[in-house]
Design a protein around this ligand. Structure first.
Ligand SMILES: Cc1cc2nc3c(=O)[nH]c(=O)nc-3n(C[C@H](O)[C@H](O)[C@H](O)COP(=O)(O)OP(=O)(O)OC[C@H]3O[C@@H](n4cnc5c(N)ncnc54)[C@H](O)[C@@H]3O)c2cc1C
Length: 408
């Protein structure tokens, strides 16, 4: 495991957050102060010199999924378009402390993706080949190698889920979610971007076909471009522009245990069991699994989810049964019809979206923000995100990706 260097020194170089009152008009208004909205603002200001920008947040920044996720960064997806995009984001994360001066506590841990059946072994071998071809480092490991690397693992899976092997994506990492978002917020604010909390956007202002601003409880704000980055609230935001998105909102839960005294270095995941675990920098075990089957806007924790996650993960790591559950929480995820993100133009002039981040969008924050900023600044869609355009559904070019389904 490799960690962040000189954390204390880096914390001290982070710029303070400078709050401003909103103006009546901006070149760009970004709706949603999560990771994607804040990163887009940061790259607009730092890469393109566009600073007449406001990020409007209904609650406080990072109150959405960016502050609720399990922080796994990886690029071991199943289709070339996704692997290239997420690999770029993974590399941006590796350089983010140096770029922003903020201690985001980035740690390269590697992720083991367990296979319990022959069919899953075939899928993991295919993942390794596809990842290698597209620039992500993923290799197969045997059960014997796994046991050496993760001694706590029960290779019999509690007698029910035998571990036949795993793929090992060596550059997978974690980083502190709130620090990532604050880094982008403070960097953008230092350049003059306005980040405005407790200001929900309640509608969009239209002139003819074009979106020319947003409505808020304190009155309208004019904008050259409006970008929706509202996480699970996206279908209602897009409806204000009369855009219909192939997105449903599903809750996703996670929980942490009390401190586990031994170090647990890697991230461990099982696609067949749909669960995963890593250790936080404080020593807690952080556990997640698949999203709720029933669409909902509820962020209420559920005992059913907790019981199901705990049951599955303790088959693989029996020591977890001796720990206590400290906290559980949920976020509401924007799941697209093909489990891939939707970035860019909507067909309505002046109105863009960055959405479909579902249960896997934390890792995408740097690359997604960078690409959306480039699109806004230049009017041209960067090649890296062109496959993720909304019109792929109308063109019958959906990007179904088993590598992102369900978890993380
Ligand atoms: C439990 C859980 C675990 C996860 N684990 C991982 C993981 O390990 N790795 C990974 O890559 N991804 C993970 N994810 C997914 C990841 O968290 C999200 O995809 C990502 O944070 C999305 O960022 P965002 O900026 O699009 O949305 P958000 O962070 O949700 O931000 C959207 C913001 O918009 C605001 N907003 C909404 N409506 C309005 C409005 N009308 N006006 C103004 N503001 C508004 C909200 O208040 C919110 O702050 C997980 C998610 C959850 C819930």
């Amino acid at each position: 495991m490799t960690g962040s260097p000189a954390t204390r020194e880096l914390v001290e170089t982070l710029q303070p957050l400078r709050w401003q009152e909103p103006k009546a008009a901006y070149d760009v208004v970004i709706v949603g102060g999560g990771g994607h909205g804040l990163a887009t603002a940061y790259y607009l200001a730092t890469r393109h010199g566009i600073t007449n920008v406001a990020v409007l947040e209904a609650d406080y920044i990072v109150s959405g999924n960016t502050g609720r996720n399990t922080t796994i960064i990886r690029a071991n997806y199943g289709i070339p378009e996704a692997i290239r995009f997420y690999q770029h984001s993974l590399e941006m994360y590796q350089a983010l402390e140096a770029e922003t001066g903020a201690a985001i506590l980035h740690q390269t841990k590697g992720i083991f993706w367990l296979a319990h059946t022959e069919m899953a072994m075939r899928a993991e071998r295919a993942r390794c080949l596809m990842n290698t071809a597209c620039g992500a480092k993923t290799f197969m490991v045997t059960p014997v190698e796994l046991k050496e690397l993760v001694p706590q693992l029960d290779l019999t899976g509690g007698g029910r889920y035998p571990v036949l092997g795993a793929s090992h994506h060596v550059e997978a990492a974690t980083a502190r979610h709130d620090r990532v978002a604050w880094a982008f917020a403070s960097g953008a604010m230092a350049k003059g971007v306005h980040v405005v909390q407790h200001t929900p956007v309640t509608g969009l202002v239209r002139r003819g076909d074009r979106v020319v601003g947003v409505e808020t409880p304190n009155g309208p704000i004019a904008a050259g471009i409006v970008l929706s980055a509202v996480g699970g609230r996206v279908t209602s935001m897009a409806a204000h522009a009369r855009v219909r998105l192939p997105v449903r909102t599903h809750p996703l839960h996670a929980f942490v245990t009390n401190n586990y005294a031994q170090g647990f270095g890697p991230i461990l995941a099982s696609t067949e069991l749909m669960c995963y675990v890593s250790q936080t920098e404080r020593g807690q075990m952080l556990i997640g699994a698949e999203f709720d089957a029933q669409p909902s806007y509820s962020r209420q924790s559920s005992f059913a989810a907790l019981r199901s996650y705990a049951h599955k993960i303790t088959r693989l790591l029996p020591f977890l049964a001796d720990l206590r559950i400290l906290r559980t929480w949920a976020g509401i995820c924007d799941i697209s019809a093909d489990f891939s993100p939707i970035m860019g133009e909507t067909g309505v002039p002046g109105f863009l979206v960055t959405t479909g981040w579902g249960t896997w969008g934390f890792k995408a924050i740097p690359a997604g923000g960078e690409a959306m900023a480039e699109l806004i600044a230049t009017g041209r869609t960067p090649a890296l995100i062109a496959p993720f355009a909304l019109d792929r559904f109308a063109r019958d070019h959906a990007l179904a990706d088993q590598g992102s389904t369900g978890t993380r």
